[in-house]
Design a protein around this ligand. Structure first.
Ligand code: ADP
Ligand code: ASP
Ligand code: MG
Length: 406
């Protein structure tokens, strides 16, 4: 008998009919002789609706109260799915995050799971029930409700699988696996049979929302076999593997990720002296704004230009801070742009292939796309370009790196 954790995302439980389809799938897996834990998201659109309600009454919303509100979305779907299973003659029992002791830190809206007590879940499984757990939520040491950041139900599922030592964690969603790039942007994108943890981690951190980055981190850390599958059709999906597939050896690039949630800021004409980078970025970090790419130019006449990127939501706050810093440092000018996106090539094959970056720059140039910023690591190359070039850029690169053909 296998223990399987299955997670169904928002679209997969977006209506009563879809919840019924999920219940049929879960029932079939249970009847095949498996113990099943199901983790569900809120119905599609619900978390956004709740965020808008909160913003209508307080700007920005109180973080603790926002978590109380957001966690209700998942409480609706666990109850509805359990009732549907019950109606189909499959015994089931729903649990909120707090009820199964999903203990997190107290970082509201982006809490990290610290511990799960699987005893209650195990007892229900051993009693022959399907266990239905609310994704995206937990409880801190003081008993406050917390949420895990957008897309956090993936992480609940993986953490649950790790705690229960499940045989597999299956992420059911509205695509039938992990693709070479988001199939909504490039319809010629191809499903990958396997992808390594290392690559999946890069793809997720560079903007591919098919799996939440923390879910991939958790799965890697606790050796959880992880698979992405379609809720709507049968298939093998994509297996996230520890070893690179030897048959994929020749692939230089596994996928293309992109992130629209980007903005860049430049402070020009700052003195080129020790301590300046700290004076510029220190106040940004103090306000809890994450900085991604950083570029400092060479010095001309003893001054330099300094550019960095932040999440688009933090752009106004970061501009205010930078303008103040500019006054203190006697900088010449501050400029910002929040109409940019980051496009990244990801692949472990890059390690053994030269010329990836130059092929990338050539194909963007052929399309007349100007590159604003570049950053590289062992298994990725990222460029920042104007947002209007996102689709064109992704499709050109998909073609240039031969990702289209099977
Ligand atoms: P769920 O609600 O099931 O969690 P998400 O919307 O969070 O679903 O994630 C699935 C979506 O991720 C897909 O609909 C697709 O548009 C997007 N996506 C982005 N990059 C990729 C990729 N490389 N492969 C597959 N899907 C991707
Ligand atoms: N409902 C949450 C969200 O929309 C969590 C999730 O779906 O994974 O972000
Ligand atoms: Mg998701």
């Amino acid at each position: 008998m296998a223990l399987i954790v299955q997670k169904y995302g928002g679209t997969s439980v977006g209506s009563v009919e879809r919840i019924q389809a999920v219940a049929e799938k879960v029932k079939a897996s249970a009847e095949a002789g498996n113990q099943i834990v199901v983790v569900v998201s809120a119905m599609s659109g619900e978390t956004n609706r709740l965020v808008e309600l909160a913003q209508a009454v307080q700007q920005p919303p109180n973080e603790r109260e926002l978590d109380v509100l957001l966690s209700t979305g998942e409480q609706v779907t666990i109850a509805l799915l359990s009732m549907t299973l019950d109606a189909l003659g499959q015994q089931a029992c729903s649990f909120t995050g707090a009820q199964v002791h999903i203990r997190t830190d107290s970082a509201h809206n982006k809490a990290r799971i610290q511990d799960i007590d699987g005893a209650r879940v195990k007892a229900a499984l051993d009693a022959g029930k399907v266990v239905v757990v609310a994704g995206f939520q937990g409880v801190d040491e003081q008993g406050n409700i917390t949420t895990l950041g957008r897309g956090g139900s993936d992480t609940t599922a993986v953490a649950m699988a790790a705690a229960l030592k499940a045989d597999e964690c299956q992420i059911f969603t509205d695509v039938d696996g992990v693709y070479t790039t988001d199939p909504r942007v490039e319809p010629k994108a191809r499903r990958l049979r396997t992808i390594t943890f290392e690559e999946m981690l890069e793809m997720a951190s560079l903007g591919s929302k098919v799996l939440q980055i923390r879910a991939v981190e958790f799965a890697g850390k606790y050796d959880v076999p992880l698979r992405v599958l379609s809720s709507f059709e049968d298939g093998e999906g994509t297996l996230i593997t520890f070893e690179d597939d030897p048959t994929m050896e020749k692939a230089k690039i596994s996928g293309i990720a992109f992130n629209r949630d980007e903005a860049k800021l430049t402070i020009m004409g700052v003195p080129d002296q020790p301590g300046v980078a700290h004076k510029i970025l220190g106040p940004v970090a103090e306000r809890n704004i994450e900085v991604d790419m950083i570029v400092q130019n060479i010095s001309q006449d003893g001054t330099t230009d300094f550019t960095f990127t932040v999440n688009r939501g933090d752009f106004p706050k970061a501009m205010d801070i930078l303008r103040r810093t500019a006054k203190e440092l006697g900088a010449r000018e501050v400029v910002g742009d929040d109409n940019i996106v980051k496009i990244s090539l990801v692949g472990v094959g890059m390690r053994s292939h030269a010329g990836i970056a130059s092929t990338m720059f050539q194909s963007l140039a052929d399309e007349g796309i100007n590159i604003c910023l570049i950053s590289t690591s062992e298994i990725k190359v990222s460029v920042v370009v104007q947002e209007k070039y996102l689709e064109l850029g992704v499709r050109a690169l998909h073609e240039a790196f031969g990702l289209t053909e099977a």
